[in-house]
Design a protein around this ligand. Structure first.
Ligand code: CA
Length: 222
């Protein structure tokens, strides 16, 4: 999952980037409202973490603009502790949740998981597909009750394919969700990654079909 972090406080941003990347998210970081506005309009994100006090244009304006473009990306707002008016306005402008500074990283991560779960998993915490169980909280996979070792990228790839069961997923879409500005996944890298994932899931009955010229497909019903 790819997250845009719009935060001008370097100390807070650095801590968030480290923690979220450690948790397997792909992060891009901007420091002004105008950069956030451009990034969210042009790149694909699964979530926006938005500080309201940003230079050039503020977070509320970023939010207003992205919702007026009909963008449905979930937005988690970062506010000052006493900013009740900001929180109300942020929620009314289409923000999905907020957390007040200073916040605890574990709570912020839990709130991110809630928003992503709502967006992609109908609020379910565990996703079952045949003999595979994907736990969206611990981000671990079990096959017939036994833990399966996957790399962070393999896990992220499996997550996307499970989210989009019954639909063809293009390499471009995979690259959009499994990259950030610093490291963009090439078509070739995606093919290698898919090969490794298939290999590890070989005995589980989990099948990713290649749809020539289009992309990959996991059938909906198992
Ligand atoms: Ca700020």
């Amino acid at each position: 999952m790819r997250i845009l972090l719009a935060e001008d406080d370097e100390f807070i941003a650095r801590g968030l980037l480290l923690a979220l990347e450690e948790s397997g998210y792909f992060l891009d970081h901007v420091r002004s409202g105008s950069d956030a506005d451009i990034a969210i309009a042009t790149d694909v994100y699964d979530l926006l973490v938005l500080d309201l006090g940003l230079p050039v244009i503020d977070g509320l304006e970023v939010l207003k603009r992205l919702r007026s473009r009909q963008q449905t990306v979930p937005v988690l707002i970062l506010t000052a502790r006493d900013g009740i008016q900001d929180r109300v306005q942020g929620l009314d402008l289409g923000g999905n949740d907020y957390i007040s500074k200073p916040f605890d990283l574990s709570e912020l991560e839990a709130r991110i998981r809630v928003l992503l779960r709502k967006q992609y998993w109908n609020n379910n915490t565990e996703i079952t597909h045949g003999s595979i169980v994907f736990d969206t909280v611990s981000r671990r996979v079990k096959v017939n009750g036994e833990p399966l070792e996957l790399s962070a990228r393999e896990l992220a790839l499996l997550e996307i394919m499970l989210q989009r069961r019954g639909r063809v997923v293009t390499k471009r879409q995979l690259a959009d969700h499994l990259s950030n500005w610093e490291s963009v996944l090439t078509d070739n890298a995606i093919e290698i990654l898919m090969h490794r994932l298939r290999k590890k899931l070989e005995t589980t009955g989990f099948e990713v079909r290649t749809i020539r010229g289009l992309g990959y497909l996991v059938e909906k019903a198992v």
